[in-house]
Design a binder for this molecule. Structure first.
Ligand SMILES: [Zn+2]
Length: 85
């Protein structure tokens, strides 16, 4: 169902949000995914026909920053503009 690839890296480890034992942490990460996917799920690179990818990383679960990854700078810029608007 989810076409947008989303990765989490916390404290240097790759995390799967659905496998977290703490329900608060699970909800926090799933909330991030949903709010972003909601805004970008229709976006594709007009040149390469690729979806953007996201990497959420930080030292702890409460200090995450979001990185937009894509096939080219054009797509990354488009996605960043959408998320900032
Ligand atoms: Zn592209």
């Amino acid at each position: 169902m989810l076409e947008i690839p989303f990765a989490f890296e916390i404290g240097g480890k790759t995390i799967n949000p659905t496998e977290l034992e703490d329900p608060r942490e699970r909800e926090l990460l799933q909330g991030i995914v949903e709010s972003i996917v909601d805004r970008v799920e229709d976006m594709k690179c007009p040149v390469h026909n690729q979806h953007p990818r996201f990497l959420c990383h930080g030292d702890t679960i409460d200090e995450l920053s979001l990185e937009v990854l894509g096939c080219c700078d054009g797509l990354v810029d488009m996605v960043r503009n959408r998320l900032e608007s």
